[in-house]
Design a protein around this ligand. Structure first.
Ligand code: ATP
Length: 243
């Protein structure tokens, strides 16, 4: 039998404590190359903490992380980005005074230069539906446009894995669907794997091939959304909310 391909990301018994509270409790999570995964769970389940451990924003108390076949423990967030692990946080990180084009240029010039840079800016404006906003100051963009610009910037280095923390929070149904379509298109055309934290279950159903449910810092269940949503333990932790 052929050996299982090595996962792109693998956390092994990752643990994070804040004082007496265990926010991440021995989490072993794997993401395959090119897969679309959502991380769900009620408020306080430990989703953002896990994301910050993966990006290197936080150091674990125990456990380890492998990415693209190598241990990345102890690497800084920037070193992890350079290895192909990119992230879009909940907190906006665009340069408000700069135009959409200038923001994209800043992100893309870490990878390409000259004519290639110009082509990459044009491609990015088109892929993320921002061509009409090319010269608009980022401060003047709508919330949805800003989210798309941030996703474009997080994708600028052609990462192997893109981590997104609540990319559709506060967006309209139409804008939410637009971002789901755009992420699926990005995943299918360039093969980037996605690990997305999101509370919007319609978005999760549209995007995820598999979901991982976190509860009180631990993985409760993983699988396809239909199976996970019907699981009594999942229904129980969401206390009657629509999953
Ligand atoms: N820097 C911190 N110091 C102390 N406690 C923290 C810190 N960050 C998170 N926590 C606690 O760790 C637990 C997990 O929080 P986390 O933000 O990871 O959950 P979450 O699943 O992302 O929640 P939400 O869906 O509300 O964003 C919570 O009890 C939270 O209060």
């Amino acid at each position: 039998m052929a050996a299982e391909p090595e996962p792109l990301l693998a956390t092994d018994a990752l643990r994070k404590e804040f004082g007496g509270l265990t926010a991440t409790d021995d989490v072993s999570l794997t993401v395959s190359p090119g897969e679309r995964r959502c991380l769900i769970g009620p408020n306080g389940a430990g989703k953002s903490t896990l994301l910050s451990l993966i990006t290197g924003q936080l150091d674990p108390n125990a456990g380890s992380i492998r990415f693209a076949g190598e241990a990345i423990d102890g690497l800084s967030p920037h070193e992890r980005i350079d290895r192909g692990l990119s992230v879009k946080f909940q907190v906006p990180s665009v340069y408000g005074e700069f135009s959409t084009r200038e923001n994209l240029r800043l992100a893309l010039q870490r990878r390409v230069s000259g004519e290639e840079l110009e082509d990459a800016i044009v491609d990015s404006l088109s892929r993320f539906d921002l061509a009409d906003e090319e010269y608009v100051e980022a401060n003047a963009l709508s919330h949805g446009q800003k989210q798309r610009l941030e996703i474009a910037m997080a994708s600028a280095l052609d990462p192997a894995l893109l981590l997104l923390d609540e990319p559709v929070a506060g967006l309209s149904v139409e804008e939410t669907q637009r971002i789901a379509d755009l992420l699926i298109d990005l995943n299918e055309s360039v093969g980037v794997a996605l690990l997305v934290i999101e509370h919007d279950m319609k978005f999760v159903r549209a995007l995820a091939e598999r979901v991982t449910v976190l509860h009180q810092g631990s993985i409760l269940i993983e699988g396809e959304m239909e199976n996970v949503a019907d699981d009594p333990a999942v229904r129980n932790v969401y206390l009657g909310e629509e999953v």
